[in-house]
Design a protein around this ligand. Structure first.
Ligand code: GDP
Ligand code: MN
Length: 304
């Protein structure tokens, strides 16, 4: 018995095209997960992209909540991969447990979104995303879809629709459905403010900051006057309207694997006064990859 064979992968044959189904392109769906929502899993199962081309990757904290989420996730994985219909089964699934603690003890929305908690929280999020990315990106991966664990509703054609634009980085517009007590019916509102076009004000604010300081979006204390993707949507606007962006959120973000292979990651430190997914957009831009967003193409965040 000789030495183990050397496996050769020709990355030039790994295509990344506007028609990934036809070209049988492999996609990695990456989800940092603090809580498990059944709606997230059910939505994932409804994705019409061929599941045999999809690898799933998860990273969960080692807290009590993280343990519960891991158990719930594993239960659904068992069900889908071993007992569900063949067409529902994914190519492979990887679960990582993170070896560092979450930044905030409580995952409740009010606590999560306090300005004082943001820097530490986004730093931990960035590290979680980087660990997940660097342990799962493979030689046959064409695309990476970042999909947050609390995205509970997307079009089933999410991957095909985003890929059709053939952009290096493209983000959907993340909204949230809620009950409007005044109009006594369901309504929706913008949720993710991390996708934006830069402003003179924000750039000037950054100039005044110390080397470790970061700009954050969506806080009155830090009025940046950036143009937010969240507010670019119009009720009758075309779904395929695409706009260039300077910052992106990670809720439903499609990235060509080559962008990550070039070295674009989620800075867990102040990078041009940006952090995590917004820092990723900046780093990708510095590498020559322009991010885009779709104002009228919506995905929906869980409502706590
Ligand atoms: P928000 O929607 O901006 O409030 O951000 P979230 O708290 O929802 O975080 C974004 C994503 O990261 C979600 O999928 C969370 O489940 C997940 N997440 C949040 N905190 C942690 C953490 O400490 N570790 C890991 N692995 N995932 C996390
Ligand atoms: Mn969220």
């Amino acid at each position: 018995q000789g030495p183990p064979p050397v496996t050769r992968y020709n990355l030039n044959k790994v295509t990344v095209t506007a028609d990934p189904v036809r070209n049988q392109e492999h996609i990695l769906i990456l989800t940092p997960m603090a809580r498990f929502y059944q709606e997230y899993w059910d939505n994932l199962l409804r994705m019409s992209y061929p599941h045999e081309l999809i690898t799933l990757g998860f990273i969960l904290p080692k807290t009590k909540e993280g343990n519960q989420a891991t158990a719930a996730l594993q239960q659904q994985i068992q069900k889908t991969q071993n007992h569900g219909p063949e067409k529902d089964r994914f190519k492979s699934i990887i679960i990582l447990r993170q070896d560092f603690d979450p930044a905030v003890a409580s995952q409740d929305e009010s606590e999560r979104h306090k300005l004082a908690n943001q820097k530490a929280r986004r730093e931990v999020m960035a590290k979680a995303r980087n660990s997940l990315l660097f342990t799962t990106l493979g030689p046959s991966t064409s695309w990476v879809l970042w999909l947050d664990a609390d995205i509970v509703e997307t079009p089933p054609t999410l991957i095909q629709d985003l890929a059709a634009h053939d952009k290096p980085i493209i983000v959907a517009n993340c909204f949230q459905k809620y009950y409007d007590p005044e109009r006594k019916k369901m309504a929706e509102r913008p949720y993710d403010f991390n996708s934006w076009r830069d402003s003179e004000t924000a750039l000037k604010m950054a100039e005044q900051m110390g080397p470790d300081d970061i700009l954050l979006e969506g806080y009155a204390e830090l009025a940046t006057y950036r143009t937010l993707l969240a507010y670019m949507s119009t009720s009758d606007g075309p779904k395929d309207l695409v706009v260039p962006l300077d910052g992106v959120g990670g809720t439903a973000l499609l990235v060509k694997a080559v962008v990550h292979r070039d070295g674009a990651m989620f800075p867990p430190f102040s990078f041009y006064h940006l952090i995590e997914s917004e820092g990723f957009a900046k780093m990708a831009k510095r590498l020559g990859w322009q991010p885009y967003g779709l104002p009228n193409y919506k995905v929906y965040h869980y409502n706590e």
